[in-house]
Design a binder for this molecule. Structure first.
Ligand code: ATP
Ligand code: MG
Length: 396
């Protein structure tokens, strides 16, 4: 397994804090990933220093975590988050603590963290603090709450989706009691901001275990967005889709539509506050999947014309992945590679050419549509002179 060590600038911040007498540790995702031999996304530091003490120690740093006290330290062109040890209490909105207190004890800080595998701290001299058995859970491949699961999900409902996310990302199972608590507390997910739910779902969808997104449905975590849950086991698998967007959003949303869990893929993605472009592409692609799929090159060109390249290609890949078809992705790619015309942009004449011929207003658009239909049928005839003569009514 690869041995991962923190970069120099991270060590520099740790050593500087310790040099001033403030205990400081690597913590959270970076320690988890180091143990697993995976390169961490980012390096998080926790320390006994208070926000103002961190700010004073590192010129150019700034308070970015509001009342959580997180300070972003700018060092050798890197941004590093340094967070004072804190504990939290009372979460009336099931998401944010009402009270945050800075403390001097590392274990208290680790106790507020969500899962044992995220609650391990590591000092510069290699000493590991693991009061909740995170290392053992990493070895066993288990996601388990720190403390009593029901209470932890009551405090912050997002943790239920995070459990599914880490389980998907790491390929870990979820501890039995943690899972029972998820089933029990699932309705609290209705209180979460849709954007938070979207972000977690997107992360799940982009892992190598995207079918965990379907599990969030079965567990009731998405009830607030659904008419009903999936009707038991379904044959389609999201991991058959390419590991990218918009494919996986489309695949997920379309399955929900197909099984009657949402009114439409578009509605679902809109409720989750996806950006307009992704919603548009997925809606177009879902419409393609809901009709008989194109068969011939001509059908594909009409589809590309109507729905655009991204939605058409995405629908073709999705259809193949869900075994609605075979080789559709190959077929659409062949059409694109042929360079044959399917859009006004590729047409050998423009609206200006037609205006020069004397056409006006709506007649210009209608003629362009007619010519595009024509070259979709006769791709070799996408030639300026020929189309102009056709438009002028003096076909050669
Ligand atoms: P990633 O690699 O995806 O960034 P991560 O474990 O670093 O994973 P973050 O969301 O960056 O996850 O959070 C950093 C750490 O903060 C976590 O490892 C965990 O210890 C703690 N944490 C984050 N969100 C929560 C939460 N909602 N409840 C409790 N602890 C949390
Ligand atoms: Mg992180």
């Amino acid at each position: 397994m690869a041995v991962i060590t923190p970069p120099k600038y991270v060590r520099q911040v740790l050593v500087t804090l310790q040099g001033r007498g403030y205990p400081a540790f690597l913590v959270g995702g970076c320690v988890r990933d180091m143990v697993l031999g995976v390169q961490p996304n980012d390096w998080d530091i926790c320390t006994a220093a208070l926000p103002e003490q961190i700010l004073e120690l590192f010129p150019g740093s700034r308070l970015t975590g509001g009342r959580n006290g997180t300070v972003t330290v700018r060092i050798h062109s890197h941004d590093l988050e340094v967070t004072p040890f804190r504990d939290e209490s009372r979460y009336t909105d099931h998401r944010h603590p009402d009270l945050v207190r800075f403390v001097t004890d590392l274990t208290a800080d680790l106790s507020r963290r969500d899962f044992t595998v995220n609650a391990i701290a590591l000092s510069t001299d290699g000493v590991v603090s693991d009061p909740y058995g995170g290392l053992a859970d990493l070895r066993r491949g288990v996601i388990r709450c720190v403390g009593e699961p029901e209470r932890r999900f009551d405090e912050d409902a997002l943790r239920m989706l995070r459990a599914l996310r880490f389980s998907a990302r790491l390929g870990f199972s979820i501890d039995l009691f943690t899972m029972e608590a998820i089933r029990e507390k699932a309705p609290l997910c209705a209180t979460l901001a849709p954007e938070r739910v979207r972000d977690e779902l997107e992360k799940i969808l982009l892992t190598k275990n995207p079918d965990k997104a379907l599990e969030t449905v079965e567990l009731g975590l998405l009830d607030a967005f659904l008419l009903r849950r999936l009707p038991g086991e379904i044959p389609e698998r999201l991991d058959a889709l390419p590991r990218r967007m918009p494919d996986r959003w489309l695949g997920f949303a379309w399955l929900l539509e197909h099984y009657g869990c949402v009114r439409s893929a578009e509605d679902f993605l809109r409720a989750l506050r996806l950006d307009n472009r992704s919603i548009h592409v997925s809606a177009q692609a879902a419409a393609i999947l809901n009709q008989p799929l194109p068969e011939t090159a001509k059908d594909w060109k009409q589809c590309l014309r109507r729905s655009g390249i991204e939605a058409t290609v995405c629908a073709a890949r999705c259809a193949d992945a869900f075994s609605l078809s075979e080789g559709k992705n190959r077929d659409v790619k062949a059409v694109l590679k042929s360079g044959e015309c399917f859009s006004l942009r590729q047409l050998a004449v423009t609206g200006e050419d037609l205006t020069a011929l004397g056409l006006k207003g709506r007649a210009v658009g209608e003629m362009l549509d007619f010519l595009l239909d024509y070259v979709i049928d006769y791709p070799d005839n996408n030639r300026r002179e020929l189309l102009l003569s056709l438009a002028a009514g003096t076909e050669e």
